[in-house]
Design a protein around this ligand. Structure first.
Ligand code: AMP
Ligand code: MG
Length: 440
């Protein structure tokens, strides 16, 4: 049966990204599981975490020195009577009940400041002898003291659902006694690479064959984005075989295909999906690399009757071990096969969908800016994301394109540490100008 042609919908980068972000609001993670605190690093939090007590739980000295009443230091040098020594972790009954006028207590960093005192003088400005301390510097009320509850009040929200847990979040969870955290299950992301010329990494390639590298770059990016990659066999440039593997891939929470989305006679991905009744949100974006990128959804609601294998794409059918298939099916991306195109289009489009399936709260793409080292000339019309090297320290960040042979050049991309982002309306960007950079 001839495939119905897929109408071409080529969007600007911004529109294509917005479409993905909109669709991403319709998906949910599969469920939650409990993880030990350290194992939760990099996962997405599925339960809010609250302060179990005030933070800090007592007025905390931030310096080694003397707890004082700041008004006692109006005249310098001031001499105060030392009524005790308060160490970090000191038992409550060993802390002076109150610092009276003309009194001070020696104190260490992290120790509770006693009642009556409203500031801590650093030890550097003091001399202690025979039960008295001479102070040569004034302090403001509150200086070198963090009041009880200033960082967080007992019961206040510290970490919310949807947060990807980094080291600061893990530290905060530890500080409120969370030895375990409830996190979202990782979505399963099927990876299907297509092409008659592609062989697996273990195979000896024939003279015109190419080893599969895209499945591996994608698997790494999927893991980094919080998903679990499921690598499918390499699909041939032949409709039946390709279709069987696509049906298999649609059982996961998300399907990423690479290759077979360009204009060639044997670029069959869109055709086959169209035959399966897929819905296409776009079939290209005005970017380089990665122009032919395809985004759509295929499932029971969209697949024509009898065209999909039983149980492969039922709406609301729990995917294997993963998220509920969104109503109407499973989202898919057809990423162009050139290896750099595959990497870039994953970052730009697949990542937000995967993060949403992983339960992460949506976030915008962030760019840094650096000075361009050497002039760039390009044609207008496409937003470009070109492999580049960012270098320089402090205020001297500079960035330069790596020399490359185009979007198939993995070797050049492996030398890069970022992408330079070139707006579609500029023909020339002079050396020394500020330019947007996307880190990788
Ligand atoms: P395509 O998008 O199928 O036209 O492929 C574009 C280019 O990317 C061709 O040169 C392919 O050989 C190459 N390519 C496609 N898939 C892969 C892959 N999995 N690993 C490495 N190169 C690939
Ligand atoms: Mg191909």
């Amino acid at each position: 049966m001839p495939a119905p042609p897929v109408p071409s919908t080529v969007l600007s980068f911004e529109d294509a990204r917005r479409v993905v972000e909109e669709q991403a609001t319709t998906v949910h993670p599969a469920g939650t599981e409990s993880a030990d605190l350290l194992a939760a690093a990099g996962r997405v939090l599925a339960e809010p975490a609250f302060a179990d007590r005030d933070i800090p739980p007592f007025p905390r000295s931030t310096r080694d020195g003397y707890a004082v009443r700041s008004e006692d230091l109006a005249q310098l040098p001031a001499t105060l009577g030392v009524i005790g020594e308060i160490r970090a972790g000191e038992q409550l009954d060993r802390i002076p009940r109150e610092i009276g006028p003309g009194q001070a207590a020696a104190i260490t960093t992290g120790a509770p400041v006693p009642a009556g005192a409203d500031a801590v003088v650093m030890i550097e400005y003091t001399t202690q002898r025979e039960g008295r301390v001479e102070i040569t510097k004034r302090v403001e009320p509150g200086q070198n003291v963090v009041p009880r509850g200033a960082e967080a009040r007992q019961g206040s929200l510290l970490l919310d659902r949807g947060l990807r847990l980094n080291e600061a979040a893990i530290a905060l969870a530890a500080s409120v006694g969370k030895a375990k955290l409830e996190v979202y299950r990782r979505p399963r992301v099927a990876v299907l690479t297509t092409g008659d010329e592609i062989v697996d990494v273990n195979a000896a390639p024939g003279p015109t064959q190419i080893r599969n590298s895209n499945s591996y770059s994608l698997a790494v990016q999927i893991r980094q984005a919080g998903g679990e990659p499921v690598l499918l066999p390499i699909a041939p440039d032949e409709p039946q075989g390709l279709r069987r593997l696509i049906e298999d891939g649609l059982k996961s929470d998300l399907l990423l295909m690479t290759g077979g989305v360009s204009m060639g006679r044997y670029d069959l991905v869109e055709q086959v999906l169209s035959q399966m009744g897929a819905e296409f949100f776009f079939t290209g974006a005005k970017i380089q690399p990665g122009r032919p990128v395809v985004f759509g959804k295929c499932g029971a609601g969209t697949c024509g009757a009898g065209t999909c294998g039983a149980g492969t794409c039922g709406a609301g059918t729990p995917a294997r071990g993963g998220a509920l298939a969104p109503q109407g099916g499973t989202y898919f991306f057809g990423l162009p096969g050139n290896p750099v195109s595959t990497m870039v289009t994953f970052e730009l489009f697949a990542r937000p969908m995967l993060e949403a399936l992983a339960g992460q709260s949506p976030r915008k793409l962030l760019f840094l800016h650096a000075r361009l080292k050497s002039e760039i000339r390009t044609k207008t019309g496409l937003r470009r994301f070109l492999p580049a090297v960012l270098s320089g320290e402090f205020e001297n960040s500079e960035v330069e394109l790596v020399a490359w042979q185009g979007s198939g050049d993995v070797a050049a991309t492996a030398r890069a540490n970022c992408y330079i982002v070139i707006p579609p309306d500029l023909e020339r960007i002079a050396a020394g100008e500020w330019i947007a950079v996307m880190l990788r």
